[in-house]
Design a protein around this ligand. Structure first.
Ligand SMILES: *Cc1c(COP(=O)(O)O)cnc(C)c1O
Length: 392
C-alpha cells in the first residue's frame, strides 16, 4: 500500500488482502483455524510466522489483520492489535505494560470503566497517581524517574476537557515513561496522537469507527516492538480477540469515517449554538466554540470541535429527564459516535458507579446531558432540541 495516499483513500483501500477470487469487497474469513499443507509447515509456522500466515484467530485472522493494517496506516503507527471491545483494548494496553511495584500516572477525567481498570492495577500492587489532566504542573510533579506510563483520554468523557498530548508527552518522555492515549472522542480524523508524541493509541471502535452502533470492538496502535513484543503475548494468551465478523463491520465503518465525523461535527456546532441561546441551559461545553476554556488547544490539537456536546440543564435531574423524554429524533442511549444522535445522562448511567464526591469533582452534575451528534439534517436536530427545551 502507498504511504503517499491521503486519509480518505487509505480509509477505503488500505490493508486489503484479496483472495485468489479477486473479490471487490473485503472478505470475511470466518475461521478460527488454518490448515497447514504438511506437519513440517505447521512446525515451521510456530517457529516463525510469515506476513500472510495465520495460526489461530485468537492471535490473528486475515479479516482482522486487514482492519489492523488499515487503522495502523491511518494512525501512522507500525502496527495495531484489534480487540473484542474498547475496554479489552484499554485493559490489554495498560496491564501488559506493568507489574507490581510499578508507578503510573493518569488523568482523573476519565470514562468510569477506564478508572476501574486502574483500580484493578492498584489492587495488584501498581501505584496509581490520579491527577487533573489539564494541569501540566500536576503532570510535572507526578511523573518521576521510573514511572512506567502516563494514560489519559485526549478529550475526556463526559466533561470534554482536552489534554495537551504534546506537552504531556514531553514531560513523560523526559522521565522515560510511555504515553498511552485513549483517542476515542477526538477520532483519528482530528488527532493523530502519535504525531504529537503518544507511544500507544487506543480506540473503542464501537464508537465512531463502527458508526452504526452494531458491534463492540477495540484496537491498540503502536510500534511493532510494543504491539508484537508486549501487547500480543498478553492479549493472545488472555483471549480478547476481535472476531472476523466484527473486523469486517469495522472495515466498512472506516470507509466512511472521515465523511461521517465531519458531518457530525457540523451538526454538533449547530446544536451547541441552539443550546447556548436557551435560558433553560446553564452551561454548554463544546470544544469547537470560542467559549470552551481550552479553545486554542482544541484548534491546535484537533482543528475542529468534534462530534460531542455536553450541557447542563438548569433544574437538575428532573428538568434533564423532561428534556430527554421530549426528544424524538435524538435517542436516549449510551453509545456515542453513531450516525444516529444520542443523548446520555451520565450521572445516572455511564458514571452512576462513581461516588458523589468523585462526580462533583468531575462536574458530573444531576443536570448534565451528553450529546453525541449523528449525521441527520441539522435543521431537524435543532428542531428536536427546541421542542425538548420547551417541554422543561
Ligand atoms: C466507550 C469508551 C471506551 C470503552 O469502549 P467499549 O467498546 O465500550 O468497551 C473507552 N474509552 C472511552 C473514552 C470510551 O468512550
Amino acid at each position: 500500500m502507498s504511504t503517499d495516499w491521503n486519509t480518505r483513500t487509505k480509509l477505503v483501500h488500505e490493508g486489503v488482502r484479496r483472495s485468489q477470487y479477486g473479490e471487490m469487497a473485503e472478505a470475511i474469513f470466518m475461521t478460527q483455524g488454518f490448515v497447514y499443507p504438511s506437519a513440517e509447515a505447521a512446525e515451521q509456522r510456530f517457529v516463525a510466522i510469515g506476513e500472510d500466515e495465520f495460526i489461530y484467530a485468537r492471535y490473528g485472522n486475515p479479516t482482522t489483520r486487514m482492519f489492523e493494517d488499515r487503522i495502523a496506516a491511518i494512525e501512522g503507527t507500525e502496527d495495531a492489535f484489534a480487540t473484542a471491545s474498547g475496554m479489552a483494548a484499554v485493559n490489554g494496553a495498560l496491564t501488559s505494560l506493568v507489574k507490581a511495584g510499578d508507578h503510573v500516572v493518569a488523568a482523573k477525567q476519565m470514562f468510569g470503566s477506564c478508572l476501574y481498570v486502574l483500580e484493578v492495577l492498584a489492587r495488584f500492587g501498581v501505584e496509581v497517581t490520579l491527577i487533573d489532566g489539564t494541569d501540566l504542573d500536576a503532570w510535572r510533579s507526578s511523573v518521576r524517574e521510573g514511572t512506567k506510563f502516563v494514560f489519559f483520554e485526549s478529550v475526556s468523557n463526559p466533561g470534554l476537557e482536552v489534554i495537551d498530548i504534546k506537552s504531556v508527552a514531553e514531560i513523560a518522555h523526559a522521565k522515560g515513561a510511555m504515553v498511552v492515549v485513549d483517542n476515542v472522542f477526538s477520532t483519528p480524523v482530528y488527532t493523530r496522537a502519535v504525531a504529537l508524541g503518544a507511544d500507544v493509541v487506543i480506540y473503542s471502535t464501537t464508537k465512531h469507527i463502527d458508526g452504526g452502533g452494531r458491534a463492540l470492538g477495540g484496537v491498540v496502535c503502536g510500534t511493532k516492538e510494543y504491539i508484537r513484543g508486549t501487547l500480543e503475548p498478553y492479549l493472545k494468551h488472555t483471549g480478547a480477540a476481535m472476531s472476523p465478523f466484527t473486523a469486517w463491520i469495522m472495515l466498512n465503518g472506516l470507509q466512511t469515517l472521515d465523511l461521517r465525523v465531519r458531518a457530525q461535527t457540523e451538526n454538533a456546532a449547530k446544536v451547541a449554538e441552539a443550546l447556548m441561546a436557551s435560558d433553560k441551559i446553564s452551561r454548554v461545553s463544546y470544544p469547537g466554540h470560542a467559549s470552551h476554556p481550552q479553545h486554542a488547544l482544541v484548534m491546535d490539537q484537533m482543528g475542529a470541535g468534534g462530534t460531542m456536546v455536553t450541557f447542563e440543564v438548569a433544574g437538575g435531574k428532573e428538568a434533564a429527564f423532561k428534556m430527554l423524554n421530549a426528544m424524538e429524533i435524538i435517542k436516549i442511549s449510551n453509545n456515542l459516535g453513531d450516525s444516529k444522535s444520542i443523548a446520555t445522562h451520565p450521572a445516572t448511567t455511564t458514571h452512576q458507579r462513581l461516588p458523589q464526591d468523585q462526580k462533583d469533582e468531575l462536574g458530573i452534575t444531576s443536570g448534565l446531558i451528553r450529546l453525541s451528534l449523528g449525521i441527520e439534517d441539522a435543521r431537524d436536530l435543532v428542531a428536536d432540541i427546541t421542542k425538548a427545551l420547551a417541554a422543561i
